[in-house]
Design a protein around this ligand. Structure first.
Ligand code: GDP
Length: 301
């Protein structure tokens, strides 16, 4: 994760260090290298442009004597500006004051939504919670079966309900959601994770169903699950879902693959929704909360 970017930034800083003093020329060269490193990591072009501009302004302005050498100052500025891009706050997970806390999972098919629902349940259990899972994907029996397997593997309760063909579509989705919330209350589950149907693309029936679920369940978190491997497509779909639903956060999956990290570095800035978790593998514990400062330290080496 981020190894490539880290390597390239290190090279840019090393070249800058070799110069002794900072001049317009060598800062220009360093900024070009940083820009290229970010672009090659698939960071959104506008994010790169504004970040480089801010680093340039601040770097040129810092001629005052401090304990840091000019090169160290530039490195610190890049560090600070990257944190700014990711959002300085840790974007904490929100619980409802009236249990059960409902988490609505959104995402395109194959993004890792079901796997992530299980990972979240496992993460919550470790934090002392009693999560219940429910799949309201009434269109794909295999999706509901998959969630049942995932729930079993992490030892979380699941509400399966009754799915009848006579009552197809959104009404069935709403009934299942309502029953699951009641069930969670009755069984003392303080969190309900609702796995929803994923589609291949963003379509109106999908959005409409999500809006209805949002109105019905009053979720504390609406998390969009996006596949980091799809780079800027992940950013664009997060943007579209955020505009329609008002996301509370994004989970970026498959960060263990050869994703170049661009989505992670662009989503907050482009969409306004913070990245809250990273998926780093197929196993339930391959999951971590997203801390901008830690991520930036990792990137900066
Ligand atoms: P859904 O259609 O969105 O529910 O996606 P699934 O949860 O079924 O995941 C699709 C595929 O991605 C499965 O093969 C998962 O094992 C895999 N997957 C999900 N998250 C991760 C991750 O963080 N890393 C890796 N390597 N694979 C993942």
């Amino acid at each position: 994760m981020f190894e490539n970017l880290q390597e390239k930034l290190q090279r840019a800083f090393k070249n800058l260090r070799g110069q002794g003093t900072i001049t317009d020329e060598n800062i220009g060269e360093a900024l070009r290298e940083i820009r290229l490193a970010l672009l090659e990591s698939d960071v959104n072009l506008n994010v790169v442009k504004s970040l480089i501009e801010r680093v340039r302004e601040r770097a040129i302005g810092t001629q005052v004597a401090t304990a840091l050498s000019p090169t160290e100052q530039v490195i610190k500025i890049v560090h600070d500006e990257l944190i700014e891009v990711l959002g300085r706050d840790n974007a904490r997970f929100k619980f409802s004051s009236q249990p059960p806390t409902v988490i609505l999972m959104a995402g395109l098919q194959g993004s890792g939504k079901t796997t992530t629902s299980g990972k979240l349940a496992s993460w919550l259990k470790k934090g002392g919670h009693r999560p219940m899972l429910v799949s309201v994907d009434v269109y794909r029996p295999a999706a509901r079966e998959q969630l049942a397997i995932v729930a079993k593997s992490v030892g979380a309760q699941i509400y399966t309900g009754k799915v009848s063909d006579e009552e197809a579509g959104t009404p069935l989705v709403e009934r299942l959601a309502r029953e699951a919330k009641r069930e969670a209350t009755n069984f003392g589950n303080d969190v309900l994770i609702v796995d929803t149907a994923g589609r291949l693309g963003i379509d109106e029936p999908l959005m409409d169903e999500m809006r209805k679920l949002k109105a019905l369940l009053n979720p504390s978190e609406i998390l969009f699950v996006a596949d980091a491997m799809t780079g800027q497509d992940a950013v664009n779909s997060a943007d579209a879902f955020h505009r329609e639903l008002g996301l509370t956060g994004v989970v970026l999956t498959k960060m263990d693959g050869d994703a170049r990290g661009g989505a992670a570095l662009s989503i907050r800035n482009v969409t306004g929704a913070p990245v809250k978790f990273l998926g780093t593998g197929e196993k339930p514990d391959a999951f971590e909360a997203f801390h901008p400062d830690r991520i930036v330290s990792r990137i900066m080496g």
